[in-house]
Design a protein around this ligand. Sequence first.
Ligand code: XMP
Length: 508
Amino acid sequence: SIVILDFGSQYNQLIARRVREMGVYAEVVPYFEPLDKILARKPKGIILSGGPASVYIEGAPTIDKELYKQGIPVLGICYGMQLTTHLMGGEVARADKQEFGKAELIIDDANSPLFKGIPNNSKVWMSHNDHVTKMAEGFVQIGHTDSCVAATYNKDLNIYCIQFHAEVTHSEHGTDMLRNFVFNVAKCEKNWSMGNYIEETIKNIKETVGDKKVLLGLSGGVDSSVAATLIHRAIGDQLTCIFVDTGLLRKDEAKKVMEVYGQNFHMNIKCVDAEERFLSKLAGVSEPEAKRKIIGKEFVEVFNEEAGKLTDVEFLAQGTIYPDVIESQSVKGPSMTIKSHHNVGGLPKEMKFKLLEPLRELFKDEVRKVGRELGIPDHMIDRHPFPGPGLGIRILGAVDKEKADILREADDIFIEELRKADLYNKVSQAFVVLLPVKSVGVMGDERTYEYTAVLRSANTIDFMTATWSHLPFDFLERVSNRILNEVKGINRLTYDISSKPPATIEWE
Ligand code: XMP
């Protein structure tokens, strides 16, 4: 396998993906993982990722130098190159001008195994402020651009360094270079697939859990559902799932979840109808953060109560995926709370369970692949994300059952039409928002005075920034006709054409 040491680059997720796509298992671990633990994973190659720091500042992320002397080939990318240079006695300094974007790589050693089959000149993607000003002893330059040493090699230790990001598609032959490292340098074998992953994970879950009981908060979202299905495959009825119907879920959500996972997959699911509890706590509350806090707190209380009714539970399973792991580990400066997030995975740490997180190493699309292999139907796997506080933050202002029901109907029509028009998978997230604004309309000969709703659809890669979806007018027209005709309580529909930033995807 390949171990990737994570120094916090926004691209490092991609490295693991690329390697796994080659049929080789790759794991991303934080840079501060102790050397013995890294070695215990028996990697055939180690990749040091990029990262935002500068090696020469105090407290910069670093590693045990002994790592280079284990006879395991190393590939340092960007920060990984700078760190290697620095630790081995070379020099790294701030460049006169930062390099960001495409650059032309000129290969100086065409015989290098890293560059096998790659043309002497090709485009690579650069993103750095610092660069190598003096190579460490034992290193030779094997590639350059007009502004920097772009690739170095240490023959004795079998270390390769590259300043550019081979993992992004903007690097024309980047994947080929990674493939060269994985197969020509690290001599990995192609022996990994989703099927293996599932088998292996099921085996691990069995070993870890033994004859103990496991509890899981099932939200109906992709991550918790795939985690539940995988664990259920491993230990069957030793797994109990708790599904909390907050009254703020999409139309027929509880029914769908119970059908797929309860009836078809025979999972043991406790469906808790907590609609009244949530709605009564929310009554009259209109401030978005206050609503979020109430929903989050209530959720934990309901979950704890239900968990308390079970006996002998030793493990709490969660659908944590790799981006969640990174988010909670990364060293962040003091930043403003834009929204206080709540999700089903975010249960309090003080619960006295051992954690079981079988999807910790996977990225979202890999989780979806696992889900498909496990036979979960497409409509449950390709779903857009749905926020923990649910319709509570899509009904602007005070929330009540009447509004939730109106919103559910409208949202269901929007989603159904998106699916029919084959647009659902072309947008990243789509939903309806209900405004606390009434306006005058006319239906037949009668005056109406009803709510205004908003269609929201966003396209995004990482949900940090997003653009509004350019949905066709005839499609919008169809949705508008249906919602205004079929949903009692809405007489005006608008389309949200705000990008993020400055808007956010959700309205609260
Ligand atoms: P915003 O509105 O911040 O949303 O642009 C970005 C993404 O996060 C989702 N979201 C949440 N997900 N718990 C969640 O699990 C939350 O409290 C929450 N708030 C927002 C939102 O749906 C979008 O996908």
